[in-house]
Design a protein around this ligand. Structure first.
Ligand SMILES: *[C@@H]1O[C@H](CO)[C@@H](O)[C@H](O)[C@H]1NC(C)=O
Ligand SMILES: *[C@@H]1O[C@H](CO)[C@@H](O)[C@H](O)[C@H]1NC(C)=O
Ligand SMILES: *[C@@H]1O[C@H](CO)[C@@H](O)[C@H](O)[C@H]1NC(C)=O
Ligand SMILES: *[C@@H]1O[C@H](CO)[C@@H](O)[C@H](O)[C@H]1NC(C)=O
Ligand SMILES: *[C@@H]1O[C@H](CO)[C@@H](O)[C@H](O)[C@H]1NC(C)=O
Ligand SMILES: *[C@@H]1O[C@H](CO)[C@@H](O)[C@H](O)[C@H]1NC(C)=O
Ligand SMILES: *[C@@H]1O[C@H](CO)[C@@H](O)[C@H](O)[C@H]1NC(C)=O
Ligand SMILES: *[C@@H]1O[C@H](CO)[C@@H](O)[C@H](O)[C@H]1NC(C)=O
Ligand SMILES: *[C@@H]1O[C@H](CO)[C@@H](O)[C@H](O)[C@H]1NC(C)=O
Length: 728
């Protein structure tokens, strides 16, 4: 802006000069004018003359020199706070630094009214930087540092754009340390911060300032405190005492004072401590000679005393008559503290206190409880004195004498118990006994009259005496059952002894024993009794010592068939084998051997008690017994040869006929009295070879025949068999 304005002015000047030259050429005088002059009519009208142009001085023809307008001084030509700039043929004005022209242009000429005004640079925020303080001056400004800030890289005042100086906050850094002192607090490290100090332990403040302040020079001022080590010096000596002391005069050191022998401390405390202010603290320790003075008086007592009251002196007390001491210790000694020892002894008037109240008694008494007072106890109504002493006296030991009165209630007539009678009686106890024919297992047999006057009745119950064993019966032939008479859950032990006899076997007798424990009211036991035997059985209840006896008999059982070897034989004299099972019924048992010719319909009934007709043996097709063997005569096993022509048990063992087939059946029979029991087995099939061909075509085979037979032999599975069964 400034420079453009200047150029415009120069161009204007050049143009004017060119015009003048053109004008000059047209006139002679004018033609001689200096380029920087103008040709003008003379004022007097005498022609023309060359005059130097504005801003030039000279003769107008040969010489037109630039005129320096600024020569007279900028103040005069441009005004205050200006600079004058001369140009060729002209000049212009500018404001000095720090001022601004009122026309807001860079340059001006004085006669346009422009003035140069001071610029207030301080209006620019932060022109002096952080911590700076701006001061505006005529034409310029400068900066100072605010309180708490310090100039750096220069000096104050400074100009922020020209100098490198700037303001920095004052920071004193960590507060200093002080000898024998500790820092207590600090408000910071900036200018004006305060740190306070206190003396270290064991030191005390002597003088100086306790605080330190961060100053404008960035250094802490102070602290100036002087801490001195505490030293209390020698503790003061106190009269009649010694000091127990470790010679330390430092803070916290203690000195213990002890009174000399015969003296005691009348003050409080015996220790003095070296305190922080370098002084031994005050104690009221004061030693005085020990003298306990007069002993205390205890009422209702006598004093035994030698009238000395120095340490160790003793005074004895004794209660006067009618009074008793309340504590065991009855003397006091003059102690080290100048005092008689505390004595709790008191002499109190003898008093037996409230007397004992006894149940069921009243007291006859004058209400006094002193020595010699007497109380008489009497039984209350409804009670009588059974014995004991009924008087109690207050004794010198302060206690009532022992009363032993026994008051018993009167209960009236004894309680009646069912089936009992009373055997012994006094006013408080009754004995009961069961009536004749009754007994009791448990329960108390006494009724007792209790203190409330009621009978506590006996708990025994009398029951009619019954035999310990009754209703003894046999069931299932081998088992016994009876009714036991005993006390509820009691266990009774029974011994069962039984002896078996047989009329048909003299040598036989079966004698055995068995034991049984039972809580049952209906005990049962099964015995392994042998068949066809008369038994006498006696049962003894061992604790009741009662025996019951009965006789019974056992029945006849189906005899066991012998062991045989079934065979099918083709021989005229077949030998058959059997092994009999040993049993005790041998004397009444035998085997029968039946021969059944196999012809027509074969029917054999094992249960038939009758032996077939002997004569049928001769009939063609008839069944017959060929042998009857008594078991007592047979060994363990035997061989029987059919058709050997001998007699066996009265039966003829006839030879078998040729050309016929037979079944041989063996029947075991037991028989006693009217009873008849049997079992059958097929022993053999005897075949004639010539006949086999015929039979096998007639019957579906021998095996079917055998099967059919098996049905008859007592193993009854079909209806066919039922009839035969009924008959047995
Ligand atoms: C006339 O004045 C101008 C400036 O205005 C200058 O440049 C020029 O040289 C002057 N002419 C002579 C002959 O002095
Ligand atoms: C410094 O501290 C001590 C103890 O804390 C106090 O007795 C003393 O008067 C203090 N001195 C000053 C100058 O405050
Ligand atoms: C000092 O006083 C205490 C209590 O007051 C006491 O127990 C101690 O025996 C005294 N010591 C001496 C040496 O008297
Ligand atoms: C004893 O004291 C009781 C009640 O405290 C009173 O009823 C009675 O009359 C007194 N007996 C005598 C003999 O003073
Ligand atoms: C009554 O009899 C019981 C038992 O024999 C006995 O202990 C008690 O002393 C008797 N009482 C009296 C008052 O005879
Ligand atoms: C009462 O029972 C006890 C055992 O319980 C017995 O010794 C006493 O003889 C019985 N007295 C009478 C009178 O039955
Ligand atoms: C059992 O005793 C009765 C009578 O004495 C007698 O007839 C019977 O034969 C006996 N029975 C036996 C197996 O002894
Ligand atoms: C067995 O006893 C019953 C009844 O007790 C009797 O009827 C029977 O005849 C007795 N039999 C024998 C063989 O004694
Ligand atoms: C029965 O016969 C067999 C074979 O022939 C023989 O071993 C056995 O000893 C005989 N038994 C008796 C009791 O004769």
């Amino acid at each position: 802006m400034y420079w453009r304005t200047a150029l415009v002015i120069l161009a204007f000047l050049t143009l004017a000069i060119t015009e003048m030259r053109v004008t000059g050429q047209t006139l002679d005088v004018c033609a001689t004018c200096h380029p920087n002059a103008t040709c003008e009519e003379k004022v007097d009208g005498t022609g023309k003359a060359c005059n130097c142009m504005y801003g030039f001085v000279g003769n107008g023809r040969t010489y037109c020199q630039d005129k320096n307008e600024c020569q007279i001084g900028a103040n005069k030509i441009c005004g205050q706070h200006t600079a004058c700039h001369n140009t060729y043929g002209s000049y212009y004005c500018t404001c000095l630094a720090g001022y601004s022209p009122s026309n807001n242009m860079a340059i001006f000429i004085p006669n346009d009214g422009t003035r140069c005004q001071d610029i207030n640079e301080c209006r620019v925020q932060g022109i002096c930087g952080e911590g700076g303080k701006c001061t505006n001056m005529q034409g310029y400004f400068n900066c100072l540092c605010q309180v708490g800030y310090q100039v750096h890289n220069g000096a104050e005042p400074f100009h922020p754009h020209q100098d490198k100086a700037l303001c920095k906050a004052i920071d004193c850094g960590q507060p200093p340390s002080a000898l024998n002192a500790v820092q207590l607090s600090a408000t910071g490290t900036r200018y004006g911060s305060v740190a306070t100090f206190g003396c270290s332990e064991g030191f005390f403040w002597k003088s100086g300032e306790n605080s330190s302040v961060c100053g404008a020079e960035s250094v802490w001022k102070g602290p100036s405190l002087v801490c001195e080590e505490v030293d209390c010096g020698l503790p003061p000596a106190l009269p009649h005492s010694v000091m127990l002391w470790d010679q330390s005069t430092r803070i916290g050191s203690e000195v213990l004072y002890q009174c000399n022998s015969g003296y005691y401390n009348v003050g409080e405390g015996n220790v003095s401590v070296c305190t922080a202010n370098g002084q031994w603290d005050q104690t009221s320790f004061l030693c005085e000679e020990i003298d306990c003075g007069e002993p205390v008086f205890i009422s209702h007592s006598k004093i035994l005393w030698d009238r000395t009251s120095l340490i160790g002196s003793v005074v004895y007390y004794q209660c006067v008559e009618g009074y008793y001491p309340t504590s065991g210790k009855c003397y006091t000694e003059c102690g080290e503290n100048g005092l008689w020892e505390d004595i709790e002894l008191q002499c109190e008037e003898l008093n037996c206190g409230a007397p004992l109240t006894l149940p069921h008694t009243n007291m006859l008494w004058d209400n006094t409880t002193v020595l010699g007072s007497v109380i008489e106890y009497v039984c209350k109504d409804g009670f009588y004195q059974e014995g004991g002493c009924s008087l109690s006296t207050c004794t010198s030991s302060g206690q009532w004498g022992i009363v032993s009165i026994i008051c018993k209630a009167t209960c009236g007539p004894a309680p009646a118990l069912v089936n009992t009678e009373v055997v012994l009686q006094n006013t408080s106890v009754v004995f009961h006994r069961c009536l004749e024919g009754f007994h009791s297992w448990r329960g108390r047999n006494t009724s007792v009259c209790d203190i409330t006057g009621k009978w506590q009745a006996a708990t025994m119950r009398c029951r009619e005496i019954k035999p310990a064993i009754s209703d003894l019966v046999v069931f299932n032939e081998k088992c016994l059952r009876w009714k036991a008479d005993k006390y509820e859950e009691d266990t009774e032990n029974y011994r069962i002894a039984f002896v078996g006899f047989r009329a048909y076997q003299r040598s036989f007798h079966d004698k055995r024993k068995k034991l049984l424990s039972s809580t049952s009211d209906h005990p049962e036991i099964c015995l392994n009794l042998l068949p066809v035997t008369n038994y006498t059985i006696s049962i003894t209840a061992l604790s009741a010592r009662f025996t019951s006896t009965l006789t019974t008999n056992t029945s006849l059982q189906v005899p066991q068939a012998p062991e045989i070897l079934y065979r099918e034989i083709e021989a005229p004299f077949p030998t058959l084998w059997l092994r009999r099972s040993v049993n005790t019924l041998d004397p009444i048992s035998f085997y029968q051997v039946f021969v059944l010719p196999l012809e027509g319909t074969l029917v054999f009934d094992c249960s038939s008690p009758k032996t077939p007709d002997f004569s049928s043996q001769r009939k063609p097709h008839g069944q017959y017994i060929t042998a009857q063997l008594h078991l007592r005569d047979i060994g363990k096993e035997m061989n029987l040869t059919l058709g050997d022509g001998h007699y066996y048990g009265g039966f003829y063992n006839a030879p078998l006929q040729n050309g016929r087939d037979y079944y041989v059946i063996l029947r075991a029979v037991s028989q006693w009295g009217g009873a008849f029991k049997h079992s059958c087995v097929i022993w053999a099939k005897v075949r004639d070879i010539s006949y086999i061909m015929k039979v096998s075509s007639l019957f579906a085979g021998g095996s079917i025949g055998v099967f059919a037979l098996g049905i008859f032999l007592g193993h009854c599975y079909t209806w066919f068999c039922k009839k035969t069964r009924q008959s047995s």
